[in-house]
Design a protein around this ligand. Structure first.
Ligand code: FES
Ligand code: FE
Length: 423
């Protein structure tokens, strides 16, 4: 199908089945502003979206501001210790009630006319209240709560839609990745307290989503960092033993466990003492054999649809801004119950990879912007995602295969086409 034919799609509806077929998708999906608007409604408004982690608002009054879809929200903890998620929108005339990235405050005071709300979202004061008349009821003008908020092992997700699948139904098999990450802590918890890097990238959000399980690109895009890190040539190859897995529901992972199971770990000398301590602490809970296996398998690498990347020792979040614009956030995780020195080590390696002078993130960002530019050319019409087609077994492909991307698009097509049927 040519670009012109795609452009000539039915008026009043997108023929999703013509844009997304097994092994290829239309380039229009990355550059069409109407499609982006439909995604915001059908995926980021109706569905579950990752917002943050409970540890970011550990004590009453702590807050962070985020986006849920494109809408600004505030996540905080009230005086009773309950997690709250509100529209960051003053019920009076609409100003955001909080402009900071995060902090601690018992009250949010709107900058326009000083309506003031407590951490439970209640309107607690406003100037010249008597002018609103005797029937004015403060309780009707609190901050609007996001209709559905739920968390899984501290990972907070939310949806603007009051009904639909439960969070556990949404997470499906991707919940196992969160389990694997948390269970590397002796107390089964991670925390996110290091703050976030934010990169504004001139590219469509789905390019970052697809990239999570694209192991075809690292030896090329990240060739220089691979050299510095001494990554063996066989690592990013179909014979490495690692596999790519379509987890269903748009989720996917790169699973290194089969590779690790057949190798002998040789941590750097300086790391061995820390690793031994990690093993001892895990063994107190799991026993020596299970703890050693857990450490050998390591943390997960995978995508939780539509916006969360669990990147081994860090968390990445995609925030769509416009069809060719996103914010990409990253933060290192810390395992609760481990020595500070070990968590600090994670922090330092995170800085080396993803900071402004990092060796990994800038490479990806530069390539995503080139993709966005190139995709503006209408010909050729298609993006090719067919590596491994026909040889996936139960959703599992070889490491360099585009298996998880095809799973992402299958789920995407289902969500978008279902939305099309709704008047
Ligand atoms: Fe917030 Fe008026 S807009 S107090
Ligand atoms: Fe990359």
């Amino acid at each position: 199908m040519s670009g012109n034919e795609l452009e000539g799609r039915e008026r009043g509806g997108v023929a999703w089945g013509d844009l997304i077929v097994e092994g290829r998708v239309s380039g229009q999906l990355y550059v069409d502003a109407e499609i982006f608007e439909a995604e915001m409604e059908r995926i980021f408004h109706r569905g579950w979206v990752f917002v943050g982690h409970e540890s970011e608002v550990a004590s009453p009054g702590e807050f962070v501001t985020r986006r849920l879809g494109r809408a600004p929200v505030v996540m905080t903890r009230d005086d009773a210790g309950a997690l709250r998620l509100f529209s960051n929108r003053c019920p009076h005339r609409g100003a955001t009630i909080c402009a900071l990235e995060g902090g601690q405050s018992r009250y949010f005071r709107c900058p326009y006319h000083a309506w003031t709300f407590d951490s439970a979202g209640q309107l607690v004061s406003l100037p010249a209240e008597d002018g609103y008349g005797p029937s004015f009821d403060r309780s009707q003008f609190g901050l609007a709560p996001v209709p559905r908020v739920d968390s899984y092992r501290g990972f907070v997700f939310a949806s603007w839609c009051p009904d639909g699948p439960t969070l556990l139904e949404h997470l499906g098999r991707s919940a196992q990745m969160i389990d694997r990450l948390c269970d590397l802590s002796p107390v089964g918890q991670i925390e996110l307290r290091a703050g976030w890097l934010r990169h504004r990238i001139g590219a469509n959000w789905k390019l970052a989503a697809e990239n999570v399980c694209d192991f075809y690109h690292p030896p090329v895009t990240h060739a220089s960092s691979g050299l510095v890190a001494g990554v063996p040539a066989t690592y990013f190859s179909d014979v490495s033993g690692a596999v790519v897995r379509d987890l269903g529901g748009g989720h996917g992972e790169i699973d290194h466990r089969p590779m690790h199971a057949r190798s002998t770990p040789r941590p750097a000398e300086s790391y061995q003492g820390l690793r031994r301590r990690h093993l001892e602490l895990l063994a107190e809970r799991d026993g020596q054999v299970s703890a050693a296996a857990r450490l050998q398998e390591g943390p997960p690498h995978g995508f939780v649809f539509p916006n969360l990347f669990i990147a081994e020792l860090s968390i990445f979040v995609i925030e769509p801004v416009a069809v060719g614009d996103m914010t990409h956030r990253q933060t290192p995780i810390a395992w609760v119950g481990l020595p500070d020195e070990l968590n600090r080590r994670n922090l330092r390696s995170f800085e080396g990879g993803f900071g402004p002078a990092g060796m990994v993130e800038p490479d990806d960002a530069a390539v995503w912007e080139r993709l966005q530019l190139g995709l503006r050319a209408r010909e050729p019409a298609w993006v090719v995602l067919q590596r491994g087609v026909g040889r996936d077994v139960d959703g599992v492909g070889r490491l360099l295969d585009e298996t998880a991307m095809r799973g992402f698009w299958r789920h995407y097509r289902g969500l978008m086409a279902a939305g099309e049927a709704t008047p």
